[in-house]
Design a protein around this ligand. Structure first.
Ligand SMILES: *[C@@H]1O[C@H](CO)[C@@H](O)[C@H](O)[C@H]1NC(C)=O
Ligand SMILES: *[C@@H]1O[C@H](CO)[C@@H](O)[C@H](O)[C@H]1NC(C)=O
Length: 231
């Protein structure tokens, strides 16, 4: 009796082994059906997803087109015009000429250098602490990467916002040739403020002080002629 049971159990397990093996074989042979077909879109991210966080590649404007768009905006034109008017007055005073080799500090996105070029200056260098487009190069106004006396004019329209205005002025006086001019604009001020700014210029003397509107802000403009006046 026990023998019969043992035999039967053996048969059952053999049957299970055979069935199991067959199922496994079937699975191995059938897998391709569940795979992604080779005709699936080759660039799936361009079709999906379409939500607010869509990661499909955004069109990048070439730099010159981006600049053209920026430079044709009214805000840009207005700011450049404001600088042009300001520099034209300096030209009328005989302080700027077309051949003036000019340096623009704190040039931002480039309004002031562009205005200088617009009124006819052929050699304008704009610098700013950070990279900001083709008309402005990156340089620290406290440590200018230029030789002594290589410019006819240096302009800083935001002297009051420089970290160490005294150091910036020193660099302006160093890089402008003797007989050249340093032009600065600061927040509009009276006699006391003017004397304070003038006190920063150790190698120059004041030749022009005037209140102006620059980029819509009331400012006091000072022009200095570089020489060896106070040393
Ligand atoms: C200076 O340049 C401007 C613009 O290019 C031109 O119209 C003007 O005649 C020039 N002035 C002189 C004195 O050459
Ligand atoms: C500029 O304006 C200030 C008032 O904000 C005045 O005290 C100063 O005299 C003005 N300077 C000039 C040169 O007109």
């Amino acid at each position: 009796m026990e023998r019969n049971i043992e035999k039967m159990l053996n048969r059952v397990s053999t049957a299970f082994i055979i069935i199991g093996t067959l199922i496994m074989l079937l699975m191995i042979l059938q897998t391709p059906k569940t795979c992604i077909s080779p005709e699936a879109p080759s660039k799936p991210h361009t079709h999906f997803p379409r939500s607010t966080c869509d990661t499909s590649p955004r069109k990048h404007l070439p730099l010159h087109k981006k600049n053209a768009r920026l430079w044709s905006s009214n805000a840009w034109k207005t700011r450049v015009l404001s600088f042009s008017d300001y520099f034209l007055r300096l030209r009328d005073l005989g302080l700027i000429h077309n051949h003036t080799k000019a340096l623009c500090l704190s040039a931002g996105a480039g309004h002031a250098p562009m205005a200088m070029e617009r009124i006819g200056l052929g050699d304008v260098t704009g610098v700013e602490l950070v990279d900001s487009g083709p008309v402005v190069r990156k340089a620290d106004p406290h440590d200018l990467p230029f030789f002594d006396g290589v410019f006819d004019l240096a302009f800083d329209g935001n002297l009051g916002e420089d970290l160490f205005p005294g150091r910036v002025v020193e660099e302006m006086e160093r890089t402008v040739r003797k007989g050249g001019v340093c032009v600065v604009a600061v927040e509009e001020c009276g006699g006391e403020g003017v004397r304070e700014v003038a006190g920063l210029f150790l190698r120059s003397r004041v030749v022009d002080v005037v209140n102006v509107t620059l980029e819509g802000l009331r400012k006091t403009s000072l022009v200095f002629k570089v020489g060896d006046f106070k040393t």
